[in-house]
Design a protein around this ligand. Structure first.
Ligand code: 0WD
Length: 254
């Protein structure tokens, strides 16, 4: 049994065992959820398969959110596997690495499009598919960062993408509320993952948070996973449209 017993969830965005999505998947599995996982491309397939095995989760295939057919196919697979869905975790973001350094003003139109499409629009694309499978209500969760609210050094176009993502959480919450589908975001403090390694001076950002956050430390993927349980389970059944900070309190001082 457990907090997530009987719940069927799709987790998107595991790249390796440092991924935030992995911390969330592990927390959900420990509370009894049945999980489906996706991977992006063959290189990540090799990493995701053994992780899925550890949780008794099913790998439902390759999903690159820039290819809508691959989104349809993993949701079709979830329908076949579970007969419906209770939650989806979206932990996907992208920007060209060379634009996560220097000035935001130098963002190219191409990278702006790509970053906003992958990091923001994809959550809406996923919500469209999830709505059809969430016949008994559900919970959608995405990952955001404080750079959406305040200017953070080098976060640049990702900050703009996360601001749009947070706004889309609110609009989706209204669109889907009548069907009992909740839409929320976790705003995680900085964590050393593959995606974060592309951000200029990331080690300095980690140290800065450690010195300045009320709890005087950074956060772990397991802690983000534990917080996700509240929003994904029935514990959070009256919560929607929310951006919840899991950042050792940094947002109250930063
Ligand atoms: O400090 C951090 N690490 C924070 C991350 C603080 C606050 C928020 N976040 C967010 C990220 O912006 C992202 O939305 O959490 C989410 C998960 O990121 P992560 O766990 O930090 O990073 P990572 O383990 O690299 O997973 C992100 C994955 C990709 O990995 P890589 O690094 O190979 O790009 O997002 C997936 C991919 O698996 N991804 C895609 N999936 C499908 N289609 C695509 C795509 N086009 N692009 C990236």
């Amino acid at each position: 049994r457990g907090l997530m017993a009987g719940k069927r969830g799709l987790v998107m965005g595991i790249a390796n065992n440092r991924s935030i999505a992995w911390g969330i998947a592990r927390a959900c599995a420990a509370e009894g959820a049945s999980l489906a996982l996706t991977y992006q491309g063959d290189a990540l397939k090799k990493r995701v398969e053994p992780l899925a095995e550890q949780l008794g989760a099913t790998v439902v295939g390759h999903c690159d959110v820039t290819d809508p057919d691959t989104i349809d196919s993993v949701f079709d697979e979830c329908g076949r596997l579970f007969g419906g869905l209770d939650f989806v975790v979206h932990a996907i973001a992208f920007s060209d690495k060379d634009q996560l350094d220097g000035r935001y003003i130098d963002t190219t139109p191409d990278n702006f499009d790509k970053s906003l499409f992958i990091s923001c629009y994809s959550f809406t694309a996923i919500a469209q598919r999830a709505e059809k499978l969430m016949t008994d209500g559900g919970s959608l969760l995405t990952l955001t960062y404080y750079g959406a609210e305040k200017v953070m050094p080098h976060y640049n176009v990702m900050g703009v993408a996360k601001a749009a993502l947070e706004a889309s959480v609110r609009y989706l919450a209204v669109d889907l509320g009548a069907r009992g589908i909740r839409v929320n975001a976790l705003s995680a403090g900085p964590i050393k993952t593959l995606a974060a390694s592309g951000i200029g001076d990331f080690r300095y950002i980690l140290k800065w948070n450690e010195y300045n956050a009320p709890l005087k430390r950074t956060v772990t993927i397991d802690e983000v996973g534990q917080s996700a349980l509240y929003l994904l389970s029935d514990m959070g059944r009256a919560v929607t449209g929310e951006v919840h900070h899991v950042d050792s309190g940094y947002h109250v001082v930063g």
